[in-house]
Design a protein around this ligand. Structure first.
Ligand SMILES: Nc1ncnc2c1ncn2[C@@H]1O[C@H](COP(=O)(O)OP(=O)(O)OP(=O)(O)O)[C@@H](O)[C@H]1O
Ligand SMILES: [Mg+2]
Length: 374
C-alpha cells in the first residue's frame, strides 16, 4: 500500500484553467520520488497541496491511510523546504531549527542535541547564534533543510532545496539528503528542474508537463527509455526524425537509415504497429558516429558546423532526414565544414515513439477527462 497518496487532485488558481486536474500519484513508504518538469508545470502546486497550504477544489491527500485533505498544515507531520525558504527572521539559526521540536515539547537537552546534530549535517554548527539576515542565500537554504529534517517527519517535501548552492555544495548536500532520508526512512517528494539531480537522488522520477504526468519510472527507465516525445526531448535526445516502420518482430522495430534497414529496441507493451506506420525516432548526439566519404553502411551527410568542446567535437550534419548534432571524440578524425561524411547509427540507445501514440496522448486523454467531468 502506498504511504502518501494524491488522489484525483484538482487545483485551480483560475477557474477556467485548472493547474492540476484529477492528478494522482502514489509514493511508497521510505521512497524518494522526484517531480521533474519545466517551469510552471505544477510541481510547487502539488507540494503545497500535500502540505495543506492550498485547499484543492477536489481530490484527497491520504497519508498512511489517514485522510489529510482537511487537516490544517500545522497538524500534518510534514517537514518542508520551500523554494522561498522562509526562516523566522527574529530567531537565531539555533532557534529556527529548534522550532518544530519545541512545538512538540521535546525536553531541552534532547532539543540541544538534535539541533546540534542537524546543524552539523548542513555544516553550520558555527552559525547557531546568527540570525537569517546575517547568512548567505545558500546558508539560509541549509538552515531550512536542517529545520525540516530535525523533526524526523512522516513525510518530507523539498522544493528545489539546493537551488541557491554552488555546484560543489549541491553535490555534497544532495548526497547528505539522500543518506538522511534513507537512514530515517522518510517518505519524500523532491522537486527539481535539474535532470542530473533527479537521476542521482531518486528511487523513482515523475516527469510532469502542464499539470499531467508524462512518465513515471526509475531514473534508468526515464533516462534510457522515454515513452513520449516530451520526455525524450526533456531528457536530452537532441536528434529526431520521422520514419516509416518497416516491420516489428521479436522486440525489434525496423526502419530505413540511408539505404539499409536498422533495428531499434521495441517493447511489446507499445503494440505491434503495421508496416508503414509513422514513428518518431530519437537519438542522443553520442549515439552516432561519422566516417569520411560516402559509405553504403550509413546515411550520407555534409558537415555544416563543428565546435570544439575539449574532449569532444560537436558536429552539425545535414542529411536527407534532417540536421543532426553528433559528438565525436576529439582524438578521432576531424571533418571541416563542407566535408562529405557518412553517419553511422549506434542504435542500442535509440528509441522509437509511434506517431499515433504521441497523438493519442495529447488529444485522447484530455477528451476522456472532459467527458468524465460532464
Ligand atoms: N498563487 C497563484 N496564483 C495564480 N496562479 C498561480 C499561483 N501559483 C502558481 N500559479 C500558476 O500555476 C502554474 C503552476 O505553478 P507552479 O508554481 O506549481 O509551477 P512549478 O512547476 O513549481 O514551476 P517552477 O519550476 O517555475 O517553480 C503556473 O502557470 C503558475 O503561474
Ligand atoms: Mg515551483
Amino acid at each position: 500500500m502506498p504511504y502518501l497518496e494524491i488522489r484525483d487532485l484538482t487545483v485551480s488558481y483560475d477557474k477556467n484553467q485548472p493547474t492540476l486536474e484529477r492528478f494522482s500519484l502514489n509514493v511508497e513508504q521510505g521512497e524518494l520520488l522526484s517531480l521533474l518538469g519545466p517551469s510552471g508545470c505544477g510541481k510547487t502546486t502539488t507540494l503545497r497541496s500535500v502540505a495543506g497550504f492550498i485547499r484543492p477544489d477536489a481530490g484527497q491527500i491520504v497519508i498512511n491511510d489517514h485522510d489529510y485533505t482537511r487537516l490544517p498544515p500545522n497538524q500534518r507531520d510534514i517537514g518542508l523546504v520551500f523554494q522561498s525558504y522562509a526562516l523566522f527572521p527574529h530567531l537565531t539559526v539555533f532557534y529556527n531549527v529548534a522550532f518544530g521540536l519545541r512545538m512538540r515539547r521535546i525536553p531541552k537537552k534532547e532539543v540541544k542535541e538534535r539541533v546540534t546534530n542537524a546543524l552539523k549535517m548542513v555544516g553550520l554548527e558555527a552559525f547557531a547564534n546568527r540570525r537569517p539576515a546575517q547568512l548567505s542565500g545558500g546558508q539560509q537554504q541549509r538552515v531550512a533543510l536542517a529545520r525540516a529534517t530535525v523533526i524526523e517527519p512522516q513525510v518530507l517535501l523539498l522544493d528545489e532545496p539546493l537551488s541557491n548552492l554552488d555546484a560543489r555544495l549541491r553535490v555534497d548536500m544532495r548526497q547528505e539528503i539522500r543518506r538522511l532520508q534513507q537512514q530515517l526512512g522518510i517518505t519524500t517528494l523532491y522537486v527539481t528542474h535539474d535532470q542530473v539531480e533527479a537521476m542521482s537522488i531518486s528511487d523513482r522520477v515523475v516527469v510532469m508537463n502542464q499539470g499531467e504526468i508524462e512518465q513515471i519510472g526509475t531514473p534508468e527507465d526515464i533516462f534510457a527509455a522515454p515513452e513520449t516525445v516530451f520526455v525524450a526531448d526533456f531528457m536530452g535526445f537532441d536528434n529526431h526524425f520521422n520514419a516509416a516502420v518497416e516491420s516489428v518482430q521479436d522486440s525489434k522495430l525496423t526502419v530505413t537509415w540511408g539505404g539499409a534497414p536498422i533495428e531499434l529496441r521495441w517493447h511489446s507493451k507499445f503494440g505491434s504497429p503495421p508496416s508503414g506506420a509513422r514513428a518518431e525516432i530519437f537519438f542522443r548526439a553520442d549515439s552516432a558516429s561519422l566516417l569520411a566519404g560516402t559509405e553504403a553502411s550509413g546515411l550520407a551527410g555534409e558537415v555544416i558546423l563543428h565546435t570544439f568542446h575539449g574532449n569532444e567535437v560537436q558536429y552539425l550534419v545535414e542529411t536527407d532526414l534532417g540536421e543532426f548534432s553528433i559528438m565525436q571524440d576529439s582524438d578521432s578524425e576531424r571533418f571541416a565544414p563542407g566535408a562529405a561524411v557518412t553517419v553511422q547509427a549506434h542504435t542500442q540507445k535509440w528509441i522509437a515513439i509511434l506517431e499515433e501514440t504521441a497523438a493519442r496522448r495529447v488529444t485522447g486523454e484530455k477528451n476522456d477527462r472532459a467527458q468524465a467531468k460532464y
